[in-house]
Write a protein that binds this ligand. Structure first.
Ligand code: NG1
Ligand code: ZN
Length: 533
């Protein structure tokens, strides 16, 4: 095998660069990625062998980044993000000198006590970027050189690949997660949506901006399994679904554009009070928004989706007589608006846990609850249910028709929600279900609480590694003394809150500030930015 790996590796030489498996895997300009993809293929083989031949997922995507970028990340057998320690192994192999690739591979194998003879299995997919097919070839070269069995799922959204990874590894077991096919995914979501809606009708149509990414064709496919508004479902208008023109991907559209620019994509024709949502380029993020005739553009971000889901599921658990049995909680990062945190704790009476940035931390914390709702403000999130919660939904004897109905809705939601990772398609159907049950238009959703004015600033610093934090990134430990100065600034503002942390994806420090008024939030952000500069 050594000779095979060496020969294959020589077709994918490493450029003079340092690579790092970050929050979103490896991500950069696509023309730098060839050797990285090859070596990640080797890591996938090792990881699968380490787990006795369980299937590992590989996704090639750069999500919301521009079309000329690409990226790669690994998915663990139950559809979760790659185990932390393996990020470092991936980084190590990605940075090995060309002549050392086999050596590093073998050293890892030995260090991790991996059985060379164990089978290794991988499934993979990619988004619609033009660089995808060539990168896939680098991956295949690694899989063949290591004798790995593989299945190419071609174009998929990132969450679909997570779904299929879990389905593949649980097929034929009591934990089976669904049929191992793309069609199985649509069928599962479609069936669960019908059951969850219970014939209720969405209020008005929904406009979906697919960022001109892979979410477009996949949503079109899903719609074949979703009833229309008049049949107890929802009417969906798709916009920005051009996947043939590479340059339009994420351009003036998509979740990241809407969130950062705080406006609808120019191509949107939605009228006042009409529900809209935007996916990102690989459809693992979603945000809602609408135009309010009185207040203008209104964003309904990840915090809003989390609070909506927590409130609905909390009510259902009470109606089902399960409130005392199930621990329901919400997981956020420090970027969650303070008003949303207060709403969950005070109005919904549910606990909130704060974790560092990065979905893997949120996901992990959410699994500590029976029902863990987690979302990043930028729209990446989902709900996870414990085995105990699923068992309770299925075995609890209803004492009344209302209890029976609540239990059935909870069962339907547990099938509707993609529990492996944030999923724009699944999250969208969850939001649509809840709004239909509550007969809410977006304005009513928006009125549940009022966001504190906030500002996010990107500060270029000499060395972002000099910024070290604790307390879920809310407190600076280094540079020494900076936190004390920051605290003094914050104390001068009503409802003031601010923190600074090194970005995990860009060479910069991010400063977040919120306060009682717009001008105070801006002022606080400017002052903290000057402090860390
Ligand atoms: P960084 O660059 O570490 O702030 C950004 C987002 C995260 C997350 C990651 C991964 C903000 C403030 N940060 O992280 O929420 O989505 O990218 O893509 O939006
Ligand atoms: Zn994404």
């Amino acid at each position: 095998m050594d000779a095979a790996i060496l020969a294959a590796s020589s077709k994918h030489p490493k450029p003079d660069r340092v690579f790092q498996y970050g929050t979103a895997g490896f991500r950069m300009k696509a023309d730098l990625l060839d050797s990285v993809v090859f070596r990640v293929g080797l890591v996938a083989a090792l990881r699968s062998r380490k787990l006795g031949g369980q299937t590992i997922g590989v996704m090639i995507t750069a999500s919301h980044n521009p079309p000329e970028d690409n990226g790669i990340k690994l998915v663990d057998p139950m559809g979760e993000m790659l185990e932390n320690a393996w990020e470092a192994y991936s980084t190590e192999l990605a940075n090995a000198k060309n002549e050392d690739v086999v050596k590093v591979y073998r050293v890892l194998e030995e260090k991790l006590k991996i059985n060379k003879d164990a089978p290794s299995r991988v499934i993979y997919a990619r988004d619609t970027r033009p660089s995808g097919p060539k990168l896939v070839q680098a991956l295949i070269d690694a899989l063949e050189a290591t004798g790995t069995e593989y299945t190419d799922y071609k174009l998929l959204t990132t969450p679909q690949l997570h779904y299929l990874t879990r389905c593949t590894n649980t097929e034929g077991t009591p934990q089976s997660y669904g049929e191992v096919s793309e069609k199985g995914y649509y069928e599962k979501l479609g069936e669960a949506f019908k059951r969850a809606m219970k014939g209720k009708k969405a209020v008005g149509a929904l406009t979906v901006d697919c960022a001109n990414g892979v979410g477009g064709p996949k949503l079109a496919e899903l719609l074949k399994y979703i009833p229309k508004g008049s049949e107890g479902g929802v009417d969906i208008k798709i916009i920005n679904d051009d996947v043939l023109k590479a340059e339009v991907l994420n351009h003036e559209c998509g979740a990241d554009f809407v969130k950062t620019k705080q406006r609808a994509p120019p191509s949107s024709k939605a009228g006042n009070n009409e529900r809209c949502c935007s996916y990102d380029g690989d459809a693992d993020r979603i945000i809602y928004y609408f135009n309010d005739p009185e207040n203008g553009f209104r964003l309904l971000d990840g915090d809003r989706i989390a609070t909506l889901a927590a409130s609905f599921i909390g009510d259902l658990a009470r109606e089902a007589g399960l409130a005392s049995e199930l621990k329901i909680g919400v997981v956020q990062t420090a970027y969650a608006n303070g008003a949303s945190t207060k709403y969950v704790e005070k109005t919904l009476g549910l606990p909130v846990v704060c974790t560092p940035t990065g979905v893997k931390w949120l996901h992990h914390a959410a699994t500590k609850f029976d029902v863990g709702v987690y979302f990043e403000a930028n729209g990446h999130g989902t709900v996870v249910f414990s085995q105990q919660a699923l068992k309770a939904f299925n075995t609890k004897e209803p004492q009344s028709p209302a209890q029976a109905a609540a239990l059935e809705t909870l069962r339907a939601l547990s099938d509707l929600i993609n529990q492996t990772v944030g999923d724009a398609l699944s999250d969208m159907l969850l939001v649509e279900t809840i709004l239909a049950h509550k007969s809410w238009n977006p304005k009513e959703w928006d009125l549940t609480y009022t966001d504190l004015p906030n500002r996010l600033v990107r500060v270029e610093v000499a060395d972002r590694n000099g910024f070290k934090t604790t307390n879920a990134e809310r407190t600076l430990v280094e540079p020494q003394g900076t936190q004390e100065q920051l605290d003094v600034l914050v104390s001068k503002f009503k409802d003031g809150r601010s923190f600074a942390r090194a970005s995990g994806t860009e060479d910069a420090v991010r400063v977040y500030a919120e306060a009682a008024t717009r001008s105070e939030a801006d002022d606080l952000a400017t002052k903290v930015a000057a402090l860390v500069k």
